[in-house]
Design a protein around this ligand. Structure first.
Ligand code: FAD
Ligand code: PYC
Length: 417
């Protein structure tokens, strides 16, 4: 039951450094065995556990997280949500996700602050505009909202943007997805965690999976920093750490881990109530509910696991943002950070069984997996529960790297890899 707090209680509890506050999920010690262990307590792992419990009636599940919930890319991303991908397979998966976002606060009874403020993907060259037209047409054939808009309309949507034709990369148009937007990243992790915990899922933080025990081609369980946990099904959702975790099972995944940075400004009065992305000048920006400008760009140009990036990327990103929004050149930046994203050669995820029975991977979301959190958890839970790909996950099986049936979404990924 959710405890009610009066204003006085709130005041007293604030002085207790949260000690008396009701915890919104339990922190159990790991049991000796579970029916399924999900490795990784980011949004995707927590959503997977939630849908395993909710849609598949499974109760004996653990989520094992080496740090704290959402401390990976989930809590480090710029929270842009859209479903305007080019190819049917990707568009349908991201659109499932967008539909789930539309009811997620109600579903979880937790405000994930999903805000459908629309997303503009700008075009600066004739080739950009051809690509945008092709993508918008493909989206509409898939029943996904989208239109091609001209600079005048872009200026109405984002009045501070510079649509002058005399700048270095003039804006020629954009794709506009009104149902796209943003959500509050840590609320997504916490909302799924609370709902999963209420269905009996054990959420175990500060516990690293250090080895995967396999016998006769089957998973037996995971060695962790809190001891061995037996399980017939291990579902790995560890984003930038997918390569090293797969190596624990002797597997090599077609992913590369790269730093991806973001930064936020000092808080401003409301001045941008949509999301603007530009692949050509290379930056994206939205304004958070606190007023900060939330800004990002492309991945750093080298592989690595450090959650930081190179200074020249920050400089380049801010040049791009100032080119689009000259007024922002006077804004001071507050904080900068990096995450580690796992990038597949076709800029699409892997949602898949593996050659080891009972071992599953959901990874390779690269720079764009936050938007997919609900849909990814939904189809991965179904895949793991039934030991066969969900209909919308089938095209994302790891086998595509053997068959060559790649789904090239570099264009729609909107962020350079
Ligand atoms: P994570 O949140 O990274 O969770 C994986 C978890 O696994 C981590 O918490 C980690 O600690 C844990 N883990 C790793 N190894 C182990 C182990 N051995 N044992 C136990 N636990 C382990 N996507 C968008 O759609 N829109 C955006 O605007 C966007 N912007 C981005 C901006 C930045 C700066 C970054 C870094 C990413 C961005 N992304 C964006 C991508 C998005 O953040 C990710 O694709 C998504 O959050 C991945 O979620 P996840 O739950 O799979 O991974
Ligand atoms: O995939 O839309 C996206 C995105 C925006 C910023 C980072 N990724």
């Amino acid at each position: 039951m959710v405890k009610k707090y009066s204003g006085f209680n709130l005041f007293v509890n604030s002085l207790s450094y949260n000690e008396n506050w009701q915890k919104i999920w339990r922190s159990p010690q790991p049991k000796r065995s579970y029916d399924i262990v999900v490795v990784g307590g980011g949004g995707h792992g927590l959503a997977t556990a939630y849908y395993l419990a909710k849609n598949h009636g499974m109760r004996n599940i653990a989520v094992v997280e080496k740090g704290y919930l959402g401390g990976g890319n989930t809590g480090r991303n710029t929270t842009i949500i859209r479903s305007n991908y080019l190819w049917d397979e990707a568009a349908q998966l991201y659109e499932l996700s967008l539909k789930l976002w539309e009811g997620l606060s109600q579903e979880l009874n937790y405000n994930v602050m999903f805000s459908q403020r629309g997303v503009l993907n700008l075009g600066h060259t004739l080739q950009d505009m051809r690509d945008i037209e092709r993508r918008v047409n493909a989206n509409r054939l898939n029943g996904i909202d989208g239109e091609v808009v001209a600079p005048k309309r872009i200026k109405e949507i984002a009045p501070l943007i510079n649509i002058s034709s005399s700048c270095r990369y003039p804006i020629l148009g954009a794709s506009w997805q009104p149902r796209g937007g943003t959500a509050r990243h840590d609320a997504v992790a916490w909302g799924y965690a609370r709902a999963a915990d209420a269905l009996g899922v054990d959420i175990i933080q500060q516990t690293e999976v250090t080895d995967i025990r396999i016998e006769n081609g089957r998973v037996l369980g995971a060695e962790t920093s809190k001891g061995f946990i037996q399980t017939p099904k291990l579902a790995c959702v560890v984003a930038g750490h997918s390569g090293p975790v797969a190596a624990l099972a002797g597997l090599r995944l077609p992913v590369e881990s790269r730093p991806l940075q973001a930064l936020v400004s000092e808080p401003l009065k409301p001045c941008l109530d949509t999301v603007v992305m530009s692949n050509a000048v290379h930056g994206y920006v939205s304004q958070s509910d606190k007023g900060d400008l939330v800004i990002g760009a492309g991945v750093d140009g080298y592989n690595g696991f450090g959650q930081r990036g190179s200074f020249h990327i920050i400089e380049h990103t801010l040049q791009a943002i100032c080119e689009l929004f000259p007024a922002f050149s006077r804004v001071r930046m507050n904080r900068q950070w990096g995450g580690v994203v796992d990038v597949c050669p076709d800029a699409c995820p892997i949602i898949s069984k593996t050659s080891v029975d009972g071992l599953y991977f959901n990874c390779g979301w690269g720079t764009g997996g936050f938007k997919a959190t609900p849909g990814s958890g939904y189809v991965f839970a179904d895949t793991v529960a039934n030991d066969r790909p969900h209909r919308l996950a089938a095209a994302f099986d790891i086998e595509r790297f053997n068959t060559g049936a790649l789904i090239d979404e570099h264009g729609a990924a909107g962020v350079a890899h």
